[in-house]
Write a protein that binds this ligand. Structure first.
Ligand SMILES: Cc1cc2nc3c(=O)[nH]c(=O)nc-3n(C[C@H](O)[C@H](O)[C@H](O)COP(=O)(O)OP(=O)(O)OC[C@H]3O[C@@H](n4cnc5c(N)ncnc54)[C@H](O)[C@@H]3O)c2cc1C
Length: 381
């Protein structure tokens, strides 16, 4: 049986970023990192099925893990993308209030903008209040009366990002085993024996970055079930009408009230010029249910017509869905990211509930994991 210093379960953006971080931090060639992945490539689950937005964090509670890691991780990701030639759309984000919202009573949306501005002030994020004339210059086709702009927000190609992190990790010595589904984890005195449907390996440290299945992996490694992931599907349609898909060039989000659990259906342009609308939030039972009972396009048109009245159902074509690995709190809200050292010796680190903005956060999450004392101990051996 082969032995490794660290075994990471999951080659999504988080697992690949951690593999890269640890491989780069190692002090000698005797430090071995292995990533086990169920699919034949990295990023086949949530990491390849999102909006690609490198969030500023201002939608999150200031100084929560989601906010801090999104803010720090997005900065790292932009520099990484520029260095590695990964497609990046430096478009900026607008969180807007439509003219129709105003007619229906402004106070709720305005208080949302006030809260987001306050979050931005607390976290020193550069934002700008948008008056109607500034908005017209920024996004001329948008029917909005005011909003805030976050000019620093970019959109990355998530697949290219994950592939590049994987290639980087391999170049610095990490190994990847694809088509390897982890089915059992046993603990010895000072290591773990990890069994997949193809091999058994030994590892001195186990990092669970299994996304939607992180709760099941944690259950394999712990005596009791500690985490439960509630899958929330987010669906996208593409704007395919040639005369309409260039009408919005930046990320345009609605100003949703505090009680909303997501950031809202938005206009989601991509670095390759495509424009999508989505994602919504649909609670599902099966973590692999990407397509049953698809939400009809009319609901997406309804959500965004207030910003772009010319948008019609026939302009949209079903594109794809992703599934958020959410952990819900007692009051029905989504929990913060969970990065938990559930055993010190041998170390077991569970990353659970890494839903949005997990793509933005990946490089900062990886840095945080690399700095954990139980991991540092391994580097100095
Ligand atoms: C609709 C939607 C939109 C989003 N938009 C954004 C956005 O714009 N910006 C942003 O920052 N974030 C966004 N996110 C969140 C972001 O995509 C995730 O937080 C991030 O991709 C999570 O990465 P991960 O590596 O933790 O998980 P994953 O990508 O799910 O990776 C986990 C990997 O573990 C593997 N695995 C699972 N079980 C096993 C097993 N037993 N054995 C071996 N391998 C296993 C899986 O195959 C998978 O490849 C969005 C998410 C969704 C669903």
């Amino acid at each position: 049986m082969k032995s490794y210093d660290v075994c990471i379960i999951g080659a999504g953006v988080v697992g690949c970023a951690i593999a890269r971080e640890l491989a780069q931090r190692r002090r000698n060639d005797q430090f071995h990192v292995l990533v086990l992945e169920w699919h034949e490539q990295p990023g086949m689950e949530t990491s390849g099925r999102n909006s690609g937005v490198l969030h500023s964090g201002i939608h999150e509670k200031p100084f929560s893990l989601k906010e801090r890691f999104a803010r720090e991780g997005s900065e790292l990701a932009v520099s990484y993308a520029l260095q590695h030639g990964i497609p990046l759309l430096r478009a900026g984000m607008t969180i807007a209030i439509s003219r129709e919202d105003i007619r229906r009573g402004l106070w709720r949306e305005v208080s949302t903008l006030r809260r987001l501005l306050f979050n931005a002030w607390k976290t020193k994020t550069r934002v700008r209040f948008m008056t109607p004339s500034v908005l017209r210059a920024w996004e001329p086709n948008l029917h909005a009366c005011c909003g805030i702009a976050i000019p620093g927000v970019s959109v990355i190609d998530p697949q290219a990002f994950v592939q590049s992190l994987k290639a980087d990790s391999e170049a610095t010595g990490a190994e990847f085993a694809f088509n390897s589904r982890v089915i059992a984890v046993d603990q010895d005195k000072d290591s773990y024996v990890v069994c997949t449907d193809r091999q058994r390996i030994r590892a001195s440290c186990l990092i669970n970055a299994a996304g939607l299945h992180a709760d099941d992996i944690a259950t394999l490694a712990l005596p009791n079930k500690k985490y439960t992931i509630s899958p929330l599907r987010g669906e996208y349609y593409e704007v395919i009408s040639p005369e309409k898909r260039h009408l919005v060039g930046r990320l345009v989000y609605p100003a949703l009230p505090r009680q909303a659990t997501g950031k809202g259906i938005h206009f989601s342009p991509r670095p390759n010029g495509q424009l999508f609308v989505g994602p919504n939030e649909v609670a599902i039972q099966d973590k692999a249910d990407y397509t049953s009972r698809k939400t009809p396009p009319s609901l997406f048109v309804e959500a965004l017509k207030k910003f772009l009245p010319v948008l019609e159902e026939r302009d949209l074509r079903w594109a794809y869905a992703g599934i958020r690995p959410c952990v819900m709190t007692g009051d029905g809200r989504k929990s913060d990211f969970i990065v938990s050292v559930d055993r010190e010796d041998p170390p077991l680190i569970n990353l659970v509930g890494i839903e949005s903005p997990g793509l933005s956060a990946a490089l900062a999450l990886a840095r945080h994991v690399g700095e954990l004392p139980c991991i540092q101990k391994h580097f100095v051996r």
